[in-house]
Write a protein that binds this ligand. Structure first.
Ligand SMILES: C[S@@+](CC[C@H](N)C(=O)[O-])C[C@H]1O[C@@H](n2cnc3c(N)ncnc32)[C@H](O)[C@@H]1O
Ligand code: SF4
Length: 502
């Protein structure tokens, strides 16, 4: 049924059409926002932590309730372990980064952090020990800044909490090229990691200098080569829309990456926001136009497809499966598991996938029902290292703020996750949430269909053409009224923050 037919049938059945967004509202939002730089590119959970507040309940009581749910269903956990430190750069924070981090404080600072982290792991023993791990991600910050001898100890915290780690799960460690030397990669492998994720950003050595990072391509190639030798899966992050970057620069970066034999890569559009150096007037003047960025998105996709890569989300790509080994090397379970954090099986709704976060700025996401029981929440650890460490040393959970999901928020969180995959299964949405997605956002789909940004089928809303590029904007559109409510309810000034929450 087309959107128009769906809308007509709803009218004739006297079902109230959603009052959330009118056709005019949708059109003016898209007209206005599609001309602006979008600023929530790397952040695609609902709602952004800028809407979270100090928790009203104690963390212990939330975890007790979660233990109650764990009696009814098995939780699969994607464990995130945070690292605060980064090498100091000029401009600060690599000029573009919006993730929380702190300048490296030497080995004493690192050792102190690891001790504190160990303590926090122990706080969770009564709550997480029975969960099954489905992926592990050590992110940051710069987790390859630890010394080689630290990795085994870090992994022992995970073993201690979960009583071991399943053999076949993905265990990733993130880092920067210049710190992935052979000694460290061996230690990382020996500690049990099976995948590295390397932030490269630019392979044009002149352009990468804008970030102040002291990195060269030789270090990137060496890290990839050693990883391949050690049978560590490796993924690299690249950014397009960088100051002064041309189409040729971008295509050249992708070519180099493909030739270096990566099986997985992320290709993010530069997110320009906050007080970062790249958001300054001087750097903004050097940015490619939005129109150029859209062309870059399409040209990059054409190129990667021509090289045997398959697009998994708006920004991540894996080598098309050619063998079980290639399949393993191309996966990115930590992120992909969360795309279906609520599922249904013959009418029974399951919330199988959760995020458990431990460490600096780590986020927890616990879904204990598709909104019915109203017991879904996220919470986040302190993004100041001193506050984080002080709380843990006092014997308290170092949680800074959190968010309890209402039914409408769970639906939006689910929609955001689906949109990352560039298609929404509206039949699943109906089965899980007992609402008709096509009617609920009728005006949105009509507008997007007119622009040829989506294709509708019996089962899916599929994003096509520029519709894919605009997914972050469309996420903001479907959440528009709910975010306005949350803004109105917040007395504090909302600050922009990026975290690794999927
Ligand atoms: C947590 S970050 C940092 C990982 C590592 N410390 C590094 O710098 O390579 C993970 C990835 O997010 C991406 N990222 C961070 N800030 C971004 C921004 N402002 N715009 C686009 N991508 C960004 C980068 O590609 C980065 O590698
Ligand atoms: S991009 Fe990476 S190294 Fe740079 S500040 Fe952000 S987390 Fe640290």
């Amino acid at each position: 049924m087309s959107v128009a037919e769906n809308v007509a049938s709803a009218k004739s059945a006297r079902q109230p059409l959603s009052s959330r967004l009118s056709a005019n509202e949708v059109k003016s939002f898209v007209d206005r926002e599609s001309l602006r730089r979008q600023s929530n590119k790397v952040l695609h959970g609902h709602p952004s932590p800028m809407y979270w507040k100090p928790l009203s309940d104690s963390v212990e009581s939330l975890l007790e309730k979660r233990n109650g749910f764990a009696q009814q269903q098995d939780f699969s956990v994607n464990l995130y372990v945070g690292t605060p430190f980064c090498l100091k750069t000029k401009p600060a924070r690599c000029g573009f980064c919006l993730f929380p981090s702190e300048d490296y404080r030497g080995n004493a600072g690192v050792e102190d952090y690891i001790d504190v982290l160990e303590k926090e792991f122990k706080f969770y023993k009564p709550y997480y020990a029975k969960d099954t791990l489905s992926s592990i991600y050590f992110g940051g910050g710069t987790p390859n800044l630890y010394h080689a001898e630290h990795y085994g100890r870090l992994m022992s915290f995970v073993d201690g909490l979960y009583g071991g780690v399943p053999d076949d799960i993905e265990i990733t460690l993130e880092g920067i090229p210049q710190l992935f030397n052979e000694e460290k990669l061996r230690a990382i492998k020996n500690a049990g990691f099976n995948r590295i994720s390397m932030g490269v950003q630019q392979l044009n050595e002149k352009l990468v200098k804008y970030s102040g990072r002291k990195q060269n391509n030789e270090q990137v190639f060496q890290a990839l080569e050693i990883s391949q030798k050690l049978d560590l899966a490796s993924s690299i992050d690249l950014i397009y829309g960088w100051p002064e970057q041309t189409m040729d620069d971008m295509l050249n970066d992708l070519k180099i990456a493909v030739q270096a034999g990566v099986h997985h890569l992320t290709h993010y559009e530069l997110n320009v926001a906050g007080r970062s150096d790249f958001a300054s007037r001087q750097k903004r003047a050097l940015l490619p136009s939005i129109q150029t960025n859209i062309e870059m998105y399409h040209r990059a996709n054409d190129y990667l497809r021509s090289q045997g890569f398959e697009q998994v989300t708006v920004y991540d790509w894996k080598k098309v499966k050619t063998s079980p080994v290639a399949e393993r090397l191309g996966r990115y379970d930590y992120e992909h598991n969360m795309h279906h954090f609520v599922e249904h099986d013959e009418g029974v709704v399951n919330n199988t996938q959760q995020i458990c976060g431990i460490g600096f700025a780590a986020v927890n996401f616990h879904a204990n029902g598709a909104g019915v029981q109203d017991e879904n929440w996220s919470y986040m650890n302190h993004t100041s290292l001193d506050k984080y460490a002080a709380k843990v040393k006092e014997g308290k959970f170092p949680v800074d703020r959190g968010f309890r999901y209402e039914h409408s928020d769970v639906k939006l969180a689910w929609l955001f996750q689906s949109m990352q995959t560039m298609k929404i299964n509206h039949v699943d949405y109906g089965n899980i949430f007992h609402e008709n997605l096509l009617l609920e956002y009728g005006a949105v789909w009509e507008e997007l269909e007119n622009r040829q940004w989506i294709r509708l089928s019996e089962t899916h809303v599929e994003f096509v053409g520029d519709g894919q590029y605009y997914i972050p904007m469309i996420q903001a559109l479907v959440a528009k009224n709910r975010l306005a409510e949350l803004r109105a309810a917040s007395k504090d000034k909302l600050d922009s923050i990026a975290v690794t929450i999927e």
